[in-house]
Design a protein around this ligand. Structure first.
Ligand SMILES: [Fe+2]
Length: 955
C-alpha cells in the first residue's frame, strides 16, 4: 500500500508493496526540486505500463499542491524514463510517462489515476423513536464490501453512445470506514472511496450511487479531494438512498455548482432533465415510503366519511366553492362513502404519512420528537376521550386556579389519566406533559404573566397585542364611520356597524370622530364579515360566539386605547334581516366592568381563531406548500433559484402532512380547541378567496390595511401611521434585508430581463405554481408575470418572507402569549348572560368565575396549552434566517459574499431591536406586561424562547 497523503511533502521514503509486475519495491522521492521514481536497486528496467498499473491500484491521495513543473528522470540499463508532474495544483495524477526505447523513439501514456473521495452518511433511521439510543456503530460494517457503488459522471465529455450524457467512470465502492474525520455529527460515518479516473472523465459534474445493501442510508456529502486539473469538488446530497430496486433509475447527485438551464454543460443536461422528471413522477399510484415524488392534490383527506357523517368534510381545492392551495399528493385509495375523498391513515401510523422522502424529519432528532409529541396529542382526540372532554364538569374556579397549571396542581379525572397512560409511553408523558401520570403536568410560566400577573387584563395590553402580539396582521385604519360591511346585502341584509359616535366621541382626546379619522387616529379590529356567514352553524355546536368589531384610538403617547366593542349575532328571523348587535364600552368597575372584560374575551376568541386558522395555517403553512412542490418539480437542484429557496422549505411538507393527520383533520386538535370546531377548515377556504400573492409582501399588506402610506423619503419607501408598531417596524427591516439579499443574489445570475424570460425551468416553475399549486387562483390578474428581474426578485422575497419572518412572528409567540388561556382564549361556551338570570348574578358577584365558565374549559385548556407549547419550540438544530445548513451550498464566491452581507445586516437588526426594546418612549414594545417584542429577532437558541426566525415553516 501507498501510505503517502501528500506527494509534495518533502521526501519521505515511501514503499510500495510487492506484486506489481516486476517491481518488488519502489522508492518514491519528492522535494520541490526533484520528483522521481527509482527502483530500489536501480538495476531493473522500469516499464511504463508497470507504473500505470501501479498508479491505478495505489491511489495518490491527498490535497497537496505542485507549485511548479517538476520533472525528474532516471536511466537504467540504457532505458530512460521520465516522470512528470504537470503544472497546476492538485495535479499529481496527471502523470505523463515517457519511455525512450534507446533508439530515440519515445512513447507517452498520460491522464489516468485515482481520485480519492470521502463519503459522509448516516445509516441510522432516526425516525424510529425506539432507536434513539441504539448503537449505530455496530451496524456500520454492513456497508462494507461492494454494497454501495459510486460512479463519476463527466461534466465535460459526453458519450455519443448514450445521448451525449456525460461519460461514466468505473464503479467504485465504499471502502475504509474513517473513524477519525472531524467534525462529524453524532450518527454520521465517513468512508473512503477511490475512483478510477482518466481523461475521458475530465472534471466530474455528478455521480451515480447504487445501494445494493438491504436498507437505506442518509447520504450527506461526497467530497473529491484532488480532481486533476480542478482540485476539490463537493457534492451536497442530504438524501435518503434506498436499495436500488426501489428506484426506476439510479440515484444521481450533482456537484454544488450553479447553472442556469441554458448554461448547463451539455453532458449534464439530460441528467438534469431526467432527475426533474423523476421528481415529478407520473401522477399515479399510491406513494411509498421511499418515493421522492412531488405532486399535487386537493385537501380531500381531512374527513373520514366512512366513519359517519360527523366525520365527513368537504374537499378543499378544485372548486369555486372551496378554493384552496394544493397539498402534496399521497395517492391513497378513495373512501367507500365518497369517491372524491381519500382514505385516512390509522392514527397510530400518523408519522408514516407520505411526504417525499427527503422532506421528512430524517435529520432532526428534536423535530422527530416534536412529531411524536404531536402524535401523542392526537391520542387525546380518540372518540372516547373526546366525549370525556365535552362532558367533564371540571372548571377553573378562579384565575389563581389557572396559575396552578404552572405550579403543578391541577387534578384531572381518572378516566382521562387512564386513557393518557394507556396511549402515551411513559417517557413521552414526562417530556410532553410534565407529569408522572398521577398528577397532571406543570407547564413553564408563559411570558405574558411572568413579570406581572395581572397586566394581561388591562385595556392597554389588550390593544397592544394587536401591534405586537401573535396576530399583528389584522388591525386596519378606519377610514369611514360607522364601519361598513362587505357582505352582500342581498343575502345578508344591512351589516353596517351599530357603533355610533355617541359611544366613542368623549374618548378621543377632544377630537370629533371625523377629525380623529381624518388624522389617522382611529383603527379597527374587524372579525365581523369573516364570521357572520358561519355563525349560525358554529353556534349550533357547543361553541357560543359572536362576530366582533373593536374600535381603537391611537393616543398621543403612541399607545392604543380600545373605545368600543360590538358583538353581533345573525338575526333570528333570517340572514336578510342583518344582525343583532350589542355595543360595549370600557369600564373597570361593577357589572359594566365585568361585561367589558367579557366583551374583550369574545374579541380574543375571534382573534385567536383567526390567528390559528388563517394567519398561521392558511397564510403560511398551506400557502407555502405549493411553492415547495413546484420548486422541486421544475427547478433543478443546480438552478440558482432552487439554491436560493431550498432552505426555506425545510420540513414544511412533512409537518403539513402530519398536521393533516392529527391537527386539521375532522375531529383533530384544531377542531377540538379552536372555536369554529368542524367548520375550521371551511373557514380557511373562505378566507383563501381573498388571498392574493402580491398582498403577502409586507409593504403591500401594511398599505392595504391603511397602517402605512407610501413615502419616498422614509426608510423602506413607506411611512407607518402607527410609529410604534413593533411587528411592522421590525418586519420592514427584515423584509428589506431579505429583498436586498435576493436582489444581490438574483443579479449574479440574471443580467437582463431576457434571461428571466428565456429560463425555461423558471418559466415552467412559475406557470405550474400558478396553474397547479395555487390552481384555484390561476386566472387572477395579480400574479407577477415573471418577465422581468423585478418580478423574480419580488416573488422570491415574498416566498422567503412568508416562510421565515412572517411565520416566525405568527408562530413562536403562541406559548408566550397563548400559554395563559385567559389572555388568548380559543373557545367560548356561552353568551353574555341576560339580566335577571343566575348567570348574570354570578357575573356581578364572581366575575372571574363567570369569565372562566365562558372561555375554554379546563381540560381543553390543558390540551391547547400542550399544543401551543409544542408549536412554539425551536428544535436544537434549527437553521435561522441568514444561516445555511452547509457552508458549501454554493461555489460562487459572489453569492457567498452577498449571503454574508445578509447575515451581517440581520445582526445589525438584532442590535437595533435590542435598543428599541430598551427605549421607554416606545411603549408598545414591552407594554404593561413587560414583555419585550422579540418575535422578529432573527437568531435564537433552541427551546421555548419567543424569538428567532427559522428559515422555514418547520413547526
Ligand atoms: Fe407553524
Amino acid at each position: 500500500m501507498l501510505h503517502c497523503r501528500n506527494l509534495n511533502t518533502p521526501s519521505p521514503l515511501l514503499k510500495f508493496g510487492a506484486g506489481v509486475n516486476s517491481l518488488t519495491s519502489l522508492v518514491f522521492k519528492n522535494s520541490h526540486n526533484s520528483l522521481g521514481f527509482y527502483s530500489e536497486n536501480h538495476d531493473r528496467v522500469l516499464k511504463s505500463s508497470c507504473l500505470i498499473d501501479l498508479t491505478r491500484s495505489q491511489p495518490l491521495v491527498g490535497g497537496g499542491h505542485c507549485d511548479r513543473r517538476e520533472e525528474s528522470s532516471i536511466s537504467s540499463s540504457g532505458e530512460k524514463m521520465s516522470v512528470r508532474c504537470n503544472t497546476g495544483s492538485h495535479s499529481h495524477n496527471r502523470i505523463s510517462i515517457e519511455k525512450e526505447d534507446g533508439s530515440g523513439k519515445t512513447t507517452t501514456t498520460k491522464g489516468s489515476g485515482k481520485i480519492k473521495g470521502n463519503v459522509v452518511l448516516m445509516k441510522k433511521n432516526v425516525l424510529d423513536f425506539n432507536d434513539f439510543n441504539a448503537s449505530f456503530l455496530d451496524r456500520v460494517h454492513e456497508l462494507f464490501g461492494q454494497r454501495v457503488s459510486l460512479q463519476l459522471v463527466s461534466a465535460v465529455n459526453g458519450d455519443p453512445g448514450n445521448g451525449m450524457r456525460g461519460k461514466l467512470g468505473k464503479e467504485a465502492y465504499l471502502e475504509d470506514w474513517i473513524t477519525t474525520i472531524s467534525p462529524l455529527t453524532a450518527g454520521d460515518s465517513a468512508f473512503d472511496v477511490n475512483f478510477d479516473w482518466d481523461e475521458k472523465i475530465g472534471v466530474p459534474g455528478a455521480f451515480i450511487i447504487q445501494n445494493y445493501h438491504h436498507s437505506e442510508f442518509y447520504l450527506k456529502t461526497l467530497t473529491l479531494d484532488n480532481v486533476p486539473g480542478h482540485g476539490r469538488i463537493h457534492f451536497v446530497c442530504n438524501s435518503w438512498v434506498y436499495p436500488s430496486d426501489k428506484y426506476h433509475s439510479p440515484r444521481i447527485f450533482f456537484a454544488n455548482k450553479t447553472y442556469l438551464p441554458s448554461e448547463t454543460p451539455l453532458s449534464l443536461r439530460k441528467y438534469r432533465e431526467e432527475e426533474l422528471a423523476n421528481l415529478r413522477g407520473n401522477g399515479t399510484g399510491e406513494r411509498q415510503e421511499w418515493d421522492r415524488i412531488y405532486d399535487y392534490d386537493y385537501y380531500n383527506d381531512l374527513g373520514n366519511p366512512d366513519k359517519g357523517a360527523k366525520y365527513a368534510r368537504p374537499v378543499l381545492g378544485g372548486s369555486p366553492q372551496y378554493p384552496y392551495p394544493r397539498r402534496g399528493r399521497t395517492g391513497r385509495k378513495r373512501t367507500d362513502t365518497d369517491r372524491n375523498t381519500e382514505t385516512r391513515l390509522n392514527l397510530a401510523l400518523s408519522l408514516n404519512i407520505y411526504a417525499p422522502r427527503d422532506e421528512r424529519f430524517g435529520h432532526l432528532k428534536l423535530a422527530d420528537f416534536l412529531a411524536y409529541a404531536l402524535k401523542s396529542i392526537g391520542q387525546f382526540l380518540k372518540p372516547e376521550i373526546e366525549d370525556l372532554f365535552n362532558s367533564t364538569p371540571n372548571e377553573f374556579d378562579s384565575i389563581d386556579d389557572v396559575f396552578k397549571l404552572y405550579e403543578g396542581g391541577v387534578d384531572v379525572p381518572e378516566g382521562l389519566l387512564k386513557s393518557v397512560r394507556d396511549n402515551i409511553p411513559a417517557e413521552m408523558l414526562k417530556e410532553i406533559f410534565r407529569t408522572d401520570g398521577e398528577r397532571f403536568l406543570k407547564f413553564p410560566v408563559p411570558q405574558v404573566i411572568k413579570e406581572n400577573k395581572t397586566a394581561w387584563d388591562t385595556d392597554e395590553e389588550f390593544a397592544r397585542e394587536m401591534l405586537a402580539g401573535i396576530n399583528p396582521v389584522m388591525i386596519h385604519r378606519l377610514q369611514e364611520f360607522p364601519p361598513r360591511s362587505k357582505l352582500d346585502p342581498k343575502v345578508y341584509g344591512d351589516h353596517t356597524s351599530k357603533i355610533t359616535k355617541n359611544y366613542i366621541e368623549h374618548n378621543l382626546d377632544g377630537l370629533s370622530v371625523d377629525e380623529a379619522i381624518r388624522n389617522n387616529k382611529v383603527f379597527i379590529l374587524d372579525h365581523h364579515d369573516m364570521l357572520i356567514p358561519f355563525l349560525r352553524r358554529i353556534n349550533a355546536t357547543n361553541t357560543k360566539i359572536y362576530a366582533t368589531r373593536t374600535i381603537i384610538f391611537l393616543q398621543k403617547d403612541g399607545t392604543l386605547k380600545p373605545l368600543a366593542i360590538e358583538l353581533s349575532l345573525p338575526h333570528p328571523g333570517g340572514d336578510h334581516f342583518g344582525c343583532i348587535s350589542k355595543v360595549y364600552t370600557p369600564a373597570d368597575k361593577g357589572v359594566d366592568g365585568s361585561l367589558w372584560q367579557l366583551a374583550k374575551a369574545y374579541v380574543n376568541v375571534n382573534d385567536s381563531g383567526y390567528h390559528q386558522l388563517i394567519s398561521h395555517w392558511l397564510k403560511t403553512h398551506a400557502a407555502i406548500e405549493p411553492f415547495v412542490i413546484a420548486t422541486n418539480r421544475q427547478l433543478s437542484v443546480v438552478h440558482p433559484i432552487n439554491k436560493l429557496l431550498h432552505p426555506h422549505f425545510r420540513d414544511t411538507m412533512n409537518l403539513n402532512a402530519v398536521a393533516r393527520q392529527i391537527l386539521i383533520n375532522a375531529g383533530g386538535a384544531l377542531e377540538a380547541t379552536v372555536f369554529p370546531g368542524r367548520y375550521c377548515m371551511e373557514m380557511t377556504s373562505a378566507s383563501y378567496k381573498e388571498w392574493t400573492f402580491p398582498g403577502q409582501a409586507l409593504p403591500v399588506d401594511l398599505i392595504k390595511r391603511g397602517v402605512a402610506v407610501e413615502d419616498e423619503n422614509s426608510p423602506h419607501g413607506l411611512r407607518l401611521l402607527i410609529d410604534d408598531y413593533p411587528f411592522a417596524v421590525d418586519g420592514l427591516e427584515i423584509w428589506s434585508a431579505i429583498k436586498t439579499w435576493v436582489k444581490d443574489y438574483c443579479s449574479l445570475y440574471y443580467k437582463t430581463d431576457k434571461m428571466v424570460q428565456e429560463d425555461y425551468e423558471l418559466q415552467s416553475w412559475w406557470k405550474e405554481l400558478r396553474e397547479e399549486g395555487h390552481g384555484d387562483k390561476k386566472d387572477e390578474p395579480w400574479w407577477p408575470e415573471m418577465q422581468t428581474r423585478e418580478d423574480l426578485i419580488e416573488t422570491c422575497t415574498i416566498i422567503i418572507w412568508i416562510a421565515s419572518a412572517l411565520h416566525a412572528a405568527i408562530n413562536f409567540g403562541q406559548y408566550p402569549y397563548g400559554g395563559f388561556p385567559p389572555n388568548r382564549p380559543s373557545m367560548s361556551r356561552r353568551f353574555i348572560p341576560e339580566e335577571d338570570t343566575p348567570e348574570y348574578n354570578e357575573l356581578k358577584t364572581d366575575p372571574e368565575k363567570a369569565l372562566l365558565k365562558t372561555i375554554t374549559g379546563q381540560l381543553l385548556s390543558v390540551l391547547g396549552i400542550s399544543l401551543v407549547e409544542i408549536l412554539s419550540r425551536h428544535s436544537s438544530d434549527e437553521v435561522y434566517l441568514g444561516e445555511r445548513d452547509t457552508p458549501e451550498w454554493t461555489t460562487d464566491k459572489e453569492a457567498e459574499k452577498a449571503f454574508e452581507k445578509f447575515g451581517n445586516k440581520l445582526r445589525e437588526i438584532e442590535l437595533k431591536i435590542e435598543k428599541m426594546n430598551k427605549d421607554q418612549k416606545l411603549k408598545n414594545r414591552v407594554g404593561p406586561v413587560k414583555m419585550p417584542y422579540t418575535l422578529l429577532y432573527p437568531s435564537s437558541e433552541g427551546g421555548l424562547t419567543g424569538k428567532g426566525i427559522p428559515n422555514s415553516v418547520s413547526i
